[in-house]
Design a protein around this ligand. Structure first.
Ligand SMILES: *Cc1c(COP(=O)(O)O)cnc(C)c1O
Length: 400
């Protein structure tokens, strides 16, 4: 079968909720993916940062295989011999007392929101049904009805109402707006330390620190969504570390499984996650032994292969080299670690055509928000591979 045959099948039998580039990937290793026609591409999206450890990392694949042959799913009706070890290793790595495992990122966000509301009622003493959670403009936290209820992206909401009440929106990057929006009923502030889907938006320096202080002063939980920017992507284990803060709740997903299996988690302390009693919340697959084994190995690879340090160093290099490209189309180059956005001017006629040109030359990127090209390759990328990519990127950014 040719690429066009697969594309035809997909278009005919699948729902059209995505508009992918027409590259039909058949296999992948590290930073490289191969299509059904034998073409090779450098993956600069890394599945939205789910494959920070590189595609099909041998150690993670091996952990998956080994565990798949033992036991894959017990449900949480029974205990299994992987989850306790994941709990312990997550706690030791992050310093958070306890965690709660889920599968997709959206489920972990939902979990954090439920924890915050329950904490608000049971611990903070907010009157029943009155809890408010504050989120930011331009946020992305998933696609469930409650999560899109606080999206500011018209398309994410169009046709999906009625929405879940209890959310307020404040401008991202503006700590004063947060302070003004807080009421006695506010239980939490949910924020991405760097907005990924929003276009790799880095807030002003000091913003998160100011938000953390405001939350603390008002007894409001600070929840950071590190699903995309966390686990090494930004050059730190967590992007919030750039501001030396300690959020009350941290949400992780994506690279927690190195792209091998969906695993997400909410990290916090006993006071907050302790509001969940048996039966309050759950997931059939959440915390399953296959996912737990994969997550354990994914975290070990991240640390033992020093991928976080690598992201920091090579990210700085990549960012600075991108800034040197003197393209008439570029408005701004920004990012932290290997989490980089190149924002094009409105006159550039959209990022999509540049992504298509890059794909033709062997680099896979995806535009985010019309005008931003995101460069977020697996963290195992080498300097030589970055140099190779830079040559092509500069050619493409110079086209008419
Ligand atoms: C991807 C993402 C999510 C949602 O994760 P899914 O696994 O797609 O449900 C939530 N928050 C952020 C910041 C993300 O990038």
């Amino acid at each position: 079968m040719l690429a066009k045959d697969y594309i035809e099948l997909e278009e005919k039998y699948g729902a059209h909720n995505y508009h992918p580039l027409d590259v039909v990937i058949e296999r992948a290793q590290g930073v490289w993916v191969y299509d059904v026609e034998g073409n090779k591409y450098l993956d600069c999206l890394a599945a939205y940062s789910a494959v920070n450890q590189g595609h099909c990392h041998p150690r993670i694949v091996n952990a998956l295989k080994q565990q798949a042959e033992k036991v894959t799913l017990t449900s949480r009706a029974f205990r299994n011999s992987q989850l306790p070890l994941l709990y312990k290793e997550l706690s030791e790595l992050t310093g958070y007392e306890i965690s709660l495992p889920m599968n997709s990122g959206a489920e972990a966000v939902e979990t954090a929101l439920k924890a915050a509301r329950k904490w608000g009622y049971k611990i903070k003493g907010v009157e029943e049904q009155k809890a408010e959670i504050i989120a930011c403009t331009n946020n992305f936290a998933g696609r469930t009805i409650s999560i899109i209820s606080f999206s500011t992206e018209a398309q994410y909401r169009d046709g999906f109402g009625p929405f879940t009440p209890g959310f307020k929106i404040v401008e991202y990057g503006n700590a004063k707006a947060l302070e003004e929006a807080i009421t006695p009923n506010t239980v939490a502030f949910l924020v991405e330390p760097i907005q990924g889907e929003g276009g790799v938006v880095v807030p002003p320096e000091g913003y998160l620190k100011a938000c953390a202080d405001i939350c603390k002063k008002n007894n409001v939980l600070l929840i950071t969504d590190e699903i995309q920017c966390g686990l090494g992507r930004s050059g730190k284990l967590f992007a919030f570390e750039y501001e030396n803060i300690r959020p009350d709740v941290v949400i992780i997903g994506k690279a927690l499984s190195g792209g091998c299996y969906p695993v997400s988690a909410v990290l916090s302390n006993k006071e907050i996650l302790g509001v969940f009693k048996p039966g309050d919340h759950g997931s059939t697959f959440g915390g399953n032994p296959l996912g737990a084994a994969v997550a354990r190995e994914s975290l070990k690879v991240l640390i033992e292969e020093k991928l976080i340090e690598r992201s920091f160093e090579l990210g700085n290099y990549f960012l600075n080299e991108l800034k040197k490209i003197n393209s008439p189309h570029v408005k701004e180059v920004r990012g932290k670690g290997l989490f980089i956005g190149v924002e094009l001017k409105p006159e550039a006629k959209g990022a999509r055509r540049f992504c298509e040109a890059l794909a033709k030359r062997g680099i896979l990127c995806k535009e985010t928000h019309e005008n931003v090209i995101r460069f977020a390759p697996p963290l195992v990328i080498t300097k030589d591979e970055i140099d190779w990519a830079l040559k092509i990127i500069s050619e493409v950014l110079m086209m008419n």
